[in-house]
Design a protein. Structure first.
Length: 285
């Protein structure tokens, strides 16, 4: 089972873009459709409706579905995708655990993304949790001991582990100055983690093409700004030192004298605004 839920945090729109690929390219067949009237706070996350000149049309309520899908090689898997529930968390988690047991899934993998002070010029790292020690040992680059605001994904992982299911959660560590944009590399990293954990294969060629164009524009902005260039080199040095395991390395989340996320976003505003407005054809689901 693959779980992809949008909501509290989705840095780089990683999960949103993954859900779009799943729904558009894989054409999953819904098995269970959960009621948004029961689970969603509409005033916090309002549905989209189209104002068409002089009338309204195309009301698009959010979707949360358990579906049967097939990857690029035709391998079947169960997909739980859509919005993160606002209400009835315990009941929802109990239902999902029951469905996983009833469908006899071989394991569960879920992905979400958070902003971190890391450079976009390095691979997106992951923090891995769950019961699959093979994945945590091989792919978890940051292993904090901390308390964080829970998401439904966290609760599902906890309940599925308590039920004896093999489960793995991947947290994508997305550059914080790109976290509010549709950053294609984040979705690619999410798909890659699913492939590593499950053996499923996804055709992400379109997203990779988008990412090449995106990175070229970001690099143009950075090269034309000495402050951004200095910031990027500082992030790279901290990242490389941390990954090398140096005793002089500062924690990867240490911001020190680096510019804030707001300051970096302001410097990149022209590019980011163009990206948000010009490429927003798909819309959020």
């Amino acid at each position: 089972m693959v779980i992809a839920l949008t909501g509290f945090t989705d840095a780089g729109s990683a999960v949103t873009r993954m859900i779009e690929l799943f729904r558009d390219d894989l054409e999953p067949s819904p098995v269970v459709a959960f009621s948004a009237d029961v689970l969603l706070d509409y005033r916090a996350r309002r549905p989209i409706i189209t104002f068409d000149g002089d009338h309204l049309s195309d009301y698009r309520p959010p979707r949360l579905e358990l579906s049967l899908a097939h990857d690029a090689l035709g391998q079947p898997f169960v997909l739980l995708a859509g919005y993160e529930p606002d209400f009835a968390w315990d009941a929802f988690a109990e239902t999902v655990v029951g469905l996983a047991e009833g469908l006899q899934v071989s394991g569960i993998t879920w992905v979400h993304a958070i902003p971190m002070p890391v450079p976009h010029t390095r691979p997106i790292g992951t923090t891995v949790s769950g019961t699959r020690t093979d994945l945590t040992q091989a792919h978890s680059v940051w292993k904090p001991h901390t308390q964080v605001p829970a998401t439904m994904g966290h609760l599902l992982e906890l309940r599925l582990a308590e039920a004896g299911q093999p489960v793995a959660g991947f947290v994508l560590l997305v550059p914080h100055y790109l976290a509010d944009t549709e950053y294609p590399a984040a979705a690619i990293a999410g798909l890659d983690t699913l492939s590593v954990a499950t053996g499923l294969v996804f055709d992400a060629d379109e997203i990779r093409d988008e990412n090449r164009d995106y990175l070229a524009k970001v690099d143009d902005q950075v090269e034309g700004n000495p402050e951004l260039t200095t910031m990027l080199h500082s992030l790279e040095e901290r990242y490389d030192s941390y990954m090398a395991g140096s005793t002089l390395a500062q924690p990867i989340i240490h911001t020190g004298d680096l510019p804030s996320a707001d300051e970096l976003a302001a410097e990149l505003e022209r590019f980011l605004a163009d990206r948000r407005e010009g490429d927003d054809k798909r819309g959020r689901r």
